[in-house]
Design a protein around this ligand. Sequence first.
Ligand code: GLN
Length: 351
Amino acid sequence: MKHEPTRLWGVSLLSAWLAIGCVLLAGSGSAYARDTAMLNALQLQQLVDDAHAKFKDVKEGKNANYIPILDTIPSELFGVAIALPDGTIFTAGDVDYRFAIESTSKPFTAALVMQQYGGPAAVAEKIGVEPTGLPFNSKLAVEVLEARSVNPLVNAGAMASVSMVKASSEDERWKMVLDNLSDFAGDKLPLMEEVYNSEYTTSFGNRGIANNLYNYERLYADPEEVLRVYTKQCSVGVTTKDLAIMGATLANGGVNPKTGKRLIDQKHVPELLAIMLTAGFYDGSGYWSMTAGLPSKTGVGGGIVSVVPGKMAIAAFSPRLDEHGNSVRAQRAIRYIAGELGVGIFGPNAD
Ligand code: GLN
């Protein structure tokens, strides 16, 4: 029988993480962090195994079907991973299966824009940083909210982000977006051509949003070019492990633990995480913040990545989605792990 971790066990792990934090603050460097991580390795491995076992039989939700190819992905796939800021990774299930990154890409392109414009002020001014309280693909939000694009994590704002990338051609824009996602993953990520074709040929809603934003002067490049690059961005293939490392790069203050490359200034990581907390789950962000307490981003491919600042990233993937377009099993797994470890940013949840 599998060992069921108890709250007490979670609290003792929390103390260990707090100890890591204190030692790092005291300037003792990453060697100690690695040693302490080793001490907890068995427990962290057990925790991802338990999360996978506990939720693998959940059948709630449905694959996304408005992008035809996503409806054909086997619904039973399920991967769970924790990555530490030093790149150590603990995994369970289908963590090497490559799926479409979709909207989990959005905070990373927002990070690129923040870097290119010297901080989040340009994002706040040219896109917006408020939650919409509306679905990710809302056309109504563009009409009723004066910021139009509203925040970089909904489709409108994500297309605005792509339009802000400082590029002189479509090829260069795409290369910058793809290279940036690959840099966050610490690996060369591929474009999944079939996903791109399936999504681009059915992108009538997003095309409408792009044109409307352009009309409102809230899209900063040609709308069809932006739509193509945005759709390619969403069609990049990642594994659950890749997502965990992308999150660990944010947990690590903006430096990829595998490559040592800095991708966003440390001082801007909290600003990006704040947007992820308030808008990463779209109109499900309030409930997620209340029950998991972690800045996160979801995608209709079934991926979710959550960041515990300074401590770890938790990523999970499974294709069936709830009514907001967020993976049901991935939410359960991440919420369970965060709860057991007591790492919600507002303090351990009381259940
Ligand atoms: N590419 C998808 C779209 O534009 C992304 C949506 C999502 O993952 N929530 O609809």
